[in-house]
Design a binder for this molecule. Structure first.
Ligand SMILES: [Cu+2]
Length: 273
């Protein structure tokens, strides 16, 4: 059943990506408590990204990250995303990537001439997964595949406060953190790309793992400076305050479509954390 395979694909491939990313994260060791940073653990600021379409996805949006110490409140608006798969919302994995150039890959990053920039071709530009922007539960790189906990559908608003490690905080501060939304409607791809399999797993369709929208986070307000006031709008929520439209329907659809096994596998993995 081709359709089931396609739906399961993003989860599997993103999982592989997360695994690949994990070791790299380990050597990010900043001396986080040296006090040398302009913005100490008490510092807070706001960074923003405009999410531009990649891979002819038609997906656009914006992301705002309010950093307060190691807490980051992420607000995203996404539109024009792949809408449905079978009868359920198309799941959109979304992450903060760090550790590379901090930019979105240009079309020229397409090395094999299929008209699409795949994950491997983009990695040197935006780097590895630092945070998975899930709707609930874990937000680490290990949740890169948690399709049951990502928003879905063509248009959605996402808001969540999550913990970020020092390396991620530093990357956001430095302007090298990149927000990426994944999952492209295969109908938007070239015929060649439609027929290709993912570079991460030859049994998976390419469309399942392609970046759909991408933007570099850039600081817009620095509370560490005398200006102040940027904190006033920050809701002091917990990790469980994600507000998402259409997620439960998406999760139900995934389970119904055979994502159940994957879901259980993930839950086990999460339980080990
Ligand atoms: Cu990503």
């Amino acid at each position: 059943m081709r359709t089931s395979t396609f739906l399961a694909a993003p989860a599997l491939a993103l999982g592989a990506l997360a695994m690949a990313a994990a070791p790299a994260a380990a050597h990010e060791g900043h001396g986080g408590h040296e006090g040398a940073s302009t913005y100490s653990s008490q510092g807070s600021w706001t960074s923003m990204a405009t999410l531009n379409s990649m891979n002819n996805s038609g997906t656009t949006g914006d992301a705002t990250v309010q950093v307060d110490g190691n807490e980051a409140t992420v607000t995203m608006h996404v539109q024009g995303a792949a809408e449905t798969f079978m009868d359920g919302p198309f799941p959109h994995a979304q992450h903060i990537h760090i550790g590379a150039q901090g930019v979105c890959p240009p079309p020229e990053a397409d090395m094999n001439g299929d008209g699409a920039v795949n994950v491997a071709e983009g990695h040197d530009y935006y780097g590895m997964i630092a945070s998975s922007l899930t709707t609930e539960g874990d937000t680490g790189a290990d949740s890169g595949l948690a399709v049951d906990r990502f928003p879905g559908g063509s248009e959605y608003t996402y808001e969540r406060t999550l913990q970020v490690d020092d390396a991620t905080k530093q990357a956001i501060e430095d302007g090298t953190a990149v927000v990426v939304v994944h999952g492209v409607d295969p109908m938007n791809l070239s015929e060649q790309a439609q027929n290709e399999m993912s570079e991460l797993d030859p049994s998976l369709p390419l469309a399942a793992t392609l970046p759909a929208a991408c933007g570099t986070l850039t600081a817009t307000q620095m509370d560490g400076m005398p200006a102040g006031g940027a904190e006033t709008g920050v809701a002091q929520g917990t990790d469980d305050t994600a507000a998402i439209a259409g997620v439960s329907a998406g999760a139900a659809g995934l389970v119904a479509l055979g994502g159940g096994a994957l879901y259980l596998r993930r839950r086990r993995a999460a339980a080990q954390d």
